[in-house]
Design a protein around this ligand. Sequence first.
Ligand SMILES: [Mg+2]
Length: 191
Amino acid sequence: MLRQKDLAPMTLQRLRIAKGEKMRMKLYPNLYLSNVQEITIGMLIKNKIKALILDVDNTLIDRSKNLSEEIVEWSRQLQGQGIKMYILSNTNQAKKVKAIAEKLEVPYKIFAKKPLKGEFLKIQQTLKMKPENIAVVGDQIFTDVLGGNRCHMFTILVDPIDEKDYWYTIWKRPIENRIKKKIVKGEINVF
Ligand SMILES: [Mg+2]
């Protein structure tokens, strides 16, 4: 017969596994694409997405701060079809983000501290939408995807525009690539 003192460690272990699993789930995006231009109006309607919270570095611009004409056109088209957009960046480079936001005609917020939930939730309040109707788009699992998932928003991971990376993101890439490989192989059932 099992006594309570035997049960306790087992329960604890099970709880620990459950917690680890929950954490892993928060790292998986609902959708994984090559770039933002692959996000189509049909895809958004199908998933009931009415707004996009966009990352900047390596999602909209490359390392040299270039914003491609294709992305400007993509944003113009989606906004024209009623999709709301918001830029949310962890950077403190106000000038850089302001220039991008003005070009895309989108409100922005810097120093967001993603994956903390605060700024995501503020945008949600501004948009007056349910979290599941908002998609978070970005190239980083540990800021964009994790932050969006924590807020129960739809998450879209895109490949970074530049191969070369910033020193403060490069250490995370092997883990991100492992998750991406699993998604591509179909081991993770994303959306
Ligand atoms: Mg980024």
